[in-house]
Design a binder for this molecule. Sequence first.
Ligand SMILES: Nc1ncnc2c1ncn2[C@@H]1O[C@H](COP(=O)(O)OP(=O)(O)OP(=O)(O)O)[C@@H](O)[C@H]1O
Length: 210
Amino acid sequence: MEVPQRLEAHDLACRRGLRLVFEGLSFALSAGEALLLTGPNGAGKTSLLRLMAGFLPAETGEVRLLPADEEKPFGEHVHYLGHANGVKASLTVSENLQFWIDYYGAPPLSDETIQAHLSRFGLAEIADLPAGMLSAGQKRKLALCRLLAAPRPVWLLDEPSVSLDAASTKILAAIIKDHLKAGGMAVVATHLPLSLRFAQNLDLSAREAA
Ligand SMILES: Nc1ncnc2c1ncn2[C@@H]1O[C@H](COP(=O)(O)OP(=O)(O)OP(=O)(O)O)[C@@H](O)[C@H]1O
């Protein structure tokens, strides 16, 4: 598979129930760029991210990666991190990470590498603790660790810093920066400032459809 160089969204519209949440939405991102998604509650940020991840059908339009991958659908190039952490309470912290590596079909990692990813967020010391015992912020950090453990070129992040303290928010920004430096792309919806240089800001408040 060639590394994607560009993400293009063309003429997207999304319907939730009877309401057209947005329409006529087009944007493009190049490798190494991030897009900041803003807008008030209900503007459609989560809807756009879920549509891009393939969890919601588009009323019109399409999202594609270039060069196109004939073998894998768009969704398999994407990490979607939504409001739910997807943490399995009865598995330990490291077993959760191992579960996601298998689930995403990512190359297996040694125990040392898994520990290294966990330590990025200070979770290595609690690697053997059942994830159900973690605090809200620790669960969020564990969810974010899967971005590191299963590399994918496009990150779709919905309020990724929720529950994180100031130090962990800085680590999150550093992780996104590293991803962009390595040629990845990110679309980030956030109400809280992240110390990150975004190539573009898509404000959905100005986009609401009738
Ligand atoms: N399953 C659903 N059925 C009908 N309408 C829905 C559904 N899910 C969301 N909506 C509506 O779609 C609109 C957009 O919601 P969405 O969650 O995308 O907004 P958001 O910009 O992410 O908001 P927030 O900042 O509060 O997270 C809202 O008006 C919401 O009520």
